[in-house]
Design a protein around this ligand. Structure first.
Ligand SMILES: [Zn+2]
Ligand SMILES: [Zn+2]
Length: 429
């Protein structure tokens, strides 16, 4: 059957609009919009049959007139998005089952396969999307757009989903006893109450610590982007009592439903650092893609630590040097440390000490710098955890040792460069 015959049969089923007619044979000609193709076919059928060509006002039985409302939907989508900054978007449509049924019936009537031509939904998404792009200057993105609009044809309503925005950076924690993220009080499970009384463990706050790196940074980013919430994703975390110094630790702050995306990250950096009051410092803030969250969480990091160590008995300089030499490059066997959650099943794991160096301050104290594989328990490497970590500095010296203070000096990706351009976005792009 020729395209013209198909069109003639389709037109005999009742009023069919140009767009629905054109969709029916969308796979048969290219370079035309559905309604242009449909109109061409309608004219051609009238010419060939020697019929007078008539404009019809009757509502299309296939789409019930929705194809004539693309502009209306685009207008409403743009209105729903007003107040949100976005560079990329996607349009989706909730199509009543009746429309899909009509598409199928029309194809059956003209003797085509049920999936012939183009389905209502994909044409509708494209037509509304095209108009929305022209109105807003944004680009369509079928992967992870900044915003998604959903046209609900049954209710005539537009729903808007605003995807998160992400800011990457590195932080230094300059004071001890600050956890990376909020730490719920263990005594009251974060409720702040015990037996209807204010929890004495946290003074009713629900948290074990007053502040966290997250609380000292994320609210400022949330504010700058005018979002509804913000979450801190760190590339691992240091112990609460360890500082994070040196080049800092990578993190991503995720802001939900941001109204602003193209922010000045230099100004943001200053604002965060003002807010954190010298307890935490951030640097290298950049706008990132959502993929950066995974990237940061998966970072197979090596870490450099500095430990302030105290010995119970005097240690000779040559013994100290010999012990460090043994540990440098050594593979360490570590049973789950006693200080780690007891609910976790104990197991032995091995981690490499890439390099270790140190200096005795006197025969009872030393500063030790350790460059180790991610996951190395550093405190246990020093004190041996009563034989659970082998070898250890204390074990090799035959002297009890204690870590008085621990700092992380750097966190680095072990393999390829961690900060790749593809995971960042530039303002206004
Ligand atoms: Zn129609
Ligand atoms: Zn509590």
């Amino acid at each position: 059957m020729t395209v013209l015959d198909t069109a003639r049969t389709a037109l005999s089923t009742g009023p069919v609009c140009d767009a629905c007619l054109g969709r029916l044979v969308a796979d048969r000609s290219f370079g035309l919009a559905n309604d242009e193709r449909g109109r061409g076919l309608r004219v051609a059928v009238a010419l060939e049959d020697d019929d007078p060509f008539e404009e019809t006002d009757a509502e299309c039985w296939v789409c019930e007139g929705e194809c004539a409302r693309h502009d209306w939907w685009a207008e409403n989508a743009a209105a729903a998005l007003r107040g949100y900054e976005f560079d990329t978007y996607q349009v989706g449509t909730r199509v009543p089952p009746l429309f899909e049924e009509n598409d199928r019936l029309l194809r059956e009537d003209v003797g085509l396969a049920p999936d012939a031509g183009e389905q209502f939904k994909s044409a509708f998404n494209r037509e509304v999307g095209k108009r929305l792009g022209a109105k807003t200057g944004a680009e369509v993105d079928f992967g992870r757009p900044d915003v998604v609009v959903l046209c609900d044809l049954a209710t005539d309503e537009v729903e808007v989903q605003v995807n998160s925005a992400f800011v990457y950076g590195r932080y230094r924690k300059l004071e001890r006893d600050i956890p990376q993220t909020e730490w719920p009080c263990r005594e009251c499970n974060g409720t702040g109450r015990q037996r209807d009384e204010r929890c004495p463990g946290c003074d009713g706050t629900g948290y074990r610590y007053d502040e966290s790196v997250e609380e000292l940074t994320a609210p400022v980013v949330e504010d700058a982007m005018d979002g509804t919430d913000a979450t801190f994703h760190g590339a691992g975390r240091e112990d609460v009592d360890a500082r994070m110094l040196g080049t800092g630790r990578p993190f991503v702050i995720e802001v939900e439903e941001p109204r602003t995306r193209d922010i000045d990250t230099n100004a943001l950096e200053r604002d965060v650092n003002d807010f954190a009051g010298g307890k935490v410092e951030v640097e290298g803030l950049r706008l990132a893609t959502h993929e950066m969250v995974e990237r940061v969480k998966e970072l197979p990091a090596s870490k450099t630590y500095r430990a302030d160590v105290a010995f119970e008995e005097p240690v000779a300089a040559e013994d100290f040097e010999a012990a460090l030499e043994t540990l440098s490059g050594a593979t360490i066997h570590q049973e789950t440390p006693q200080r780690v959650d007891h609910r976790r099943a104990s197991k032995t794991r091995t981690r490499v000490v890439y390099d270790i160096a140190g200096e005795l301050e006197n025969d009872r104290g030393a500063t030790v710098e350790i460059d180790g594989e991610g996951g190395l328990y550093v405190k246990e490497l020093i004190h041996g955890d009563e034989g659970r970590t082998e070898p250890s500095l204390a074990g090799l010296l035959g002297v009890r040792a204690e870590v008085r203070a621990l700092d992380v000096l750097s966190v680095e990706g072990e393999d390829e460069p961690f900060e790749r351009d593809e995971f960042f976005r530039t303002a206004g792009s």
